[in-house]
Design a protein around this ligand. Structure first.
Ligand SMILES: [Ca+2]
Ligand SMILES: [Ca+2]
Ligand SMILES: [Ca+2]
Length: 129
């Protein structure tokens, strides 16, 4: 899971640390626009964003070649095969988002950011200020 964990963490750092685009990212994360990002809003956005980044040719599925060109390790192949539950050599969005381990990682990241533990992420918490 190292590979996914890294790319997700990298995405988070980029989106949270860049002040200029950070606010926009936060608003994107806050899909119901109530000023806080819930765990559900967080996971669904990060998942779709990671998928979009990995799907280099934008055909809506991730081929092994696309999977491997990102910060790759050979160890990513078993993970790809594990996620590809239909065994057709492509990761569909549903396959990509159904990983329990990835879900657990996102939950952890969310709880780390949610410093007061109220289940919602405010702008201040997201930026660490
Ligand atoms: Ca919200
Ligand atoms: Ca693709
Ligand atoms: Ca598949």
């Amino acid at each position: 899971m190292k590979f996914l964990a890294c790319s997700l963490a990298a995405f988070l750092l980029v989106s949270c640390a860049t002040q200029s685009t950070g606010r926009k990212e936060f608003t994107t994360l806050d899909s119901n626009r109530d000023g806080t990002v819930t765990s559900a809003e967080f996971s669904s956005h990060i998942t779709s964003e990671s998928f979009r980044q990995l799907d280099a040719n934008g055909d809506g599925r991730i081929a092994l070649a696309e999977w491997q060109t990102k910060e790759t390790a050979r160890t990513a192949v078993p993970l790809f095969q594990a996620l590809d539950t239909s065994h057709d050599g492509f990761l569909e969005p549903a396959e990509f988002s159904s990983s329990n381990k990835k879900r657990a990682h996102l939950e952890n990241t969310f709880h780390t950011l949610d410093r007061n533990g109220d289940g919602g992420l405010t702008w201040d918490e997201a930026t660490g200020s």
